[in-house]
Design a protein around this ligand. Sequence first.
Ligand SMILES: [Zn+2]
Length: 94
Amino acid sequence: MPIPKIIIETEWLLREVDVVFPVLPMPASEELTTHQADCEDCDDVRKYLNAYRYKAIGDDILITHLRMLLSTLSPVTYLWILPHYLKFCLNSEW
Ligand SMILES: [Zn+2]
């Protein structure tokens, strides 16, 4: 039996991301990472993210760099970055 072919349009998915994952403000600096003290990795990630605090998040460099740092992000930072990350993935050439 043939496997049914499913075609999902990127534009439809992008609209769904907007509905399901509303854009939130960047969390406060002390809420950005899993560890708040005694962790150089998390200190570096907070410094890196704070440099983007007042910039547009559609920046490919930010998202590309964050892909390697996801394990350091707090749950509230995941909620903040997820819609940007998903849109980046849907718009990127693979
Ligand atoms: Zn850490």
